[in-house]
Write a protein that binds this ligand. Structure first.
Ligand code: SF4
Ligand code: SF4
Length: 138
C-alpha cells in the first residue's frame, strides 16, 4: 500500500521534509523540481505513515485505499514517475547538511508569484519554520 499525490498538488514541497523514508520526488534542488507538474510518491518505498498527508495544504495526498474513483489514475501516474529512477539509487539529502551557504549569516529569499505555493512559502518563512536545504547535495 502507498499514499498517492493527485492533481491538486501545488508543488510547495511541504510534504518532502516530513517523509521518513524520503520517497517523494522531485525535491527542491532536484533538476526537475522547477518544471514538474506535481510531486510523486514512490509506492515501492512508502511506508504508509501518513505524515505527508497531514502536511499537504491542498489535500492532494490520499491513501491508496481511499483514493476517490475520479483520481484512481494517479496511482499509476505516481508509480510511473519512478520507472527507471528508483528511490534507492537517489540517496536522500543528509539533514545534517542543511545549512546556510558558506560565508552567509543570513538568507535572502524572494518569493515569486502570488499563487498558493508563494503564499505558503511566505507564511512558512515569516514563521521561521522553513529550513535552508543545501543545494550542493549531488
Ligand atoms: S505516507 Fe509516509 S512514507 Fe509514504 S510518502 Fe507519505 S510521508 Fe512518505
Ligand atoms: S504538500 Fe501537497 S501540494 Fe505540497 S508538494 Fe506535497 S503533495 Fe504537493
Amino acid at each position: 500500500m502507498t499514499f498517492v499525490i493527485t492533481h491538486g498538488c501545488c508543488n510547495d514541497s511541504s510534504c518532502v521534509p516530513v517523509c521518513p523514508v524520503q520517497c517523494i520526488r522531485p525535491r527542491p534542488g532536484d533538476p526537475e523540481f522547477t518544471t514538474t507538474e506535481q510531486l510523486y510518491i514512490d509506492p515501492a518505498t512508502c511506508i504508509d505513515c501518513g505524515a505527508c498527508m497531514e502536511e499537504c495544504p491542498v489535500d492532494a495526498i490520499h491513501p491508496e485505499w481511499e483514493l476517490p474513483e475520479h483520481l484512481s489514475d494517479y496511482l499509476e501516474i505516481n508509480e510511473a514517475y519512478f520507472e527507471g529512477s528508483p528511490v534507492e539509487e537517489s540517496r536522500p539529502p543528509d539533514p545534517s547538511r542543511r545549512r546556510l551557504p558558506v560565508g552567509r549569516s543570513k538568507l535572502a529569499v524572494a518569493v515569486v508569484g502570488s499563487g498558493p505555493a508563494g503564499c505558503y512559502a511566505a507564511a512558512e518563512l515569516s514563521a521561521g519554520r522553513m529550513k535552508w536545504i543545501d543545494t550542493s547535495w549531488p
